[in-house]
Write a protein that binds this ligand. Structure first.
Ligand SMILES: Nc1ncnc2c1ncn2[C@@H]1O[C@H](COP(=O)(O)OP(=O)(O)O)[C@@H](O)[C@H]1O
Ligand SMILES: O=P(O)(O)OC[C@H]1O[C@](O)(COP(=O)(O)O)[C@@H](O)[C@@H]1O
Length: 313
């Protein structure tokens, strides 16, 4: 049964997300936070949490600081996630997310741990061991010091050669290098796509042209997330676009990771493209109504899925 396919998510640079909500941020002034929370996060970990809550068997790896790992370990234990993180001396970074009443989020993302050569070698041994027993790999997020875009591209190539499906979600130089390694699926948001190609993307046609360039570079599935405007998905079967209904926004942090998790879960279930896109869009749209990621109520996802507009572009 396809649901028994095993997934590895790779978070090279995890984070504790410190989220604070307030009416409106006044930069350069003292701001009083109304509600706050600190929770384990980072792109691959967010994807793993959502996948595990949907019912997938998930293994996580990457680099985790030893000083403040308790809440990560607790999360993995509570969701029966197989923890294969390489431990690195020091603190995992804390990323600060300031959420304003309007829904606007300001992200302060810190640099993270420093990865040494021996830890890098240990990670590579772990990844290749996992590739013997796992089917789908999600590589997500920025790179810590000590990990280069070329390392990242090399891992994608090796996993491809081993017949694994690689979902890739990163930014900047890592995204550029990763795209050239032909991942099975790549998911930039429209801003990341614009930065990658150094093109202003002002409308859907411009975004579509840009996505086509990634397909020509060898990415099988190019998924562009566009916030409240939904998702564009290009593969050999052509284009599909999804549009979510208007949502009450609490925090958009983690919406992209939730979309990736939804697409990955669809792959494990071998759903068709339209069902996959409506499910993943509904899952990600619901994620904006909460702080952090997680599937609180699958019935709500299925109900919202009926209100996702899917069009062939
Ligand atoms: N305000 C919103 N209303 C409804 N859905 C949203 C909203 N913001 C994000 N989403 C959903 O989450 C997906 C990912 O969000 P996006 O902001 O594009 O990604 P990222 O978090 O990677 O920047 C969107 O494609 C959409 O399906
Ligand atoms: O790995 P990066 O690119 O530095 O981003 C890390 C941040 O992105 C998040 O994973 C959220 O990502 P999305 O909003 O794109 O889903 C946060 O939990 C984390 O603080």
């Amino acid at each position: 049964m396809s649901k028994n396919l095993k997934v590895v998510t790779v978070t090279l640079n995890p984070a504790l997300d410190l989220t604070g909500s307030l009416e409106a941020l006044q930069t350069g002034s003292v701001n009083l936070i109304e509600t706050g929370s600190l929770h384990p996060a980072g792109k691959g970990i967010n994807v793993a949490k959502v996948l595990a809550e949907l019912g997938a068997k998930v293994t996580v790896t990457g680099f985790l600081g030893t000083n403040n790992q308790a809440s990560f370990v607790e999360l993995f234990e509570s969701l029966k996630i197989n923890d294969q993180f390489i431990r690195v001396q020091g603190d995992t970074r804390i990323n600060v997310k300031i959420v304003e009443k309007s829904g606007q989020v300001s992200d302060l993302n810190f640099p993270g741990v420093i990865v040494g050569e021996s830890e890098l070698a240990e990670f590579e041994r772990t990844l290749f061991k996992l590739s013997k027993t796992h089917d789908v790999f999600v590589i997500a997020g920025s790179l810590p010091q000590g990990v280069t875009p070329e390392h990242c591209a090399g891992w994608i190539e090796t996993l491809n050669k081993a017949g694994k499906k690689v979902f890739f979600d990163s930014s900047n130089k890592a995204l550029a290098a990763g795209v050239n390694a032909h991942p099975y699926l790549v998911k930039p948001n429209d801003e990341e796509l614009s930065a990658l190609l150094n093109l202003p993307l002002k409308n859907t046609d411009e975004i579509k042209n840009a996505a086509q360039q990634l397909q020509q570079q060898g990415c099988h599935n190019v998924v562009i997330s566009m916030g409240e405007n939904g998702v564009l998905w290009l593969n050999q079967a052509g284009w599909l676009k999804s549009t979510p209904p208007k949502m009450e926004v609490v925090s958009t942090v983690g919406a992209g990771d939730t979309l990736v998790a939804g697409l990955c879960w669809s792959e494990l279930n071998q759903w068709d493209k339209s069902q996959s896109l409506s499910f993943a869009t509904a899952l990600s749209a619901l994620a904006v109504s909460q702080v952090g990621v997680g599937v609180e109520d699958i019935d709500q996802v299925e109900a919202l899925q009926k209100n996702i507009k899917i069009t062939q572009e």
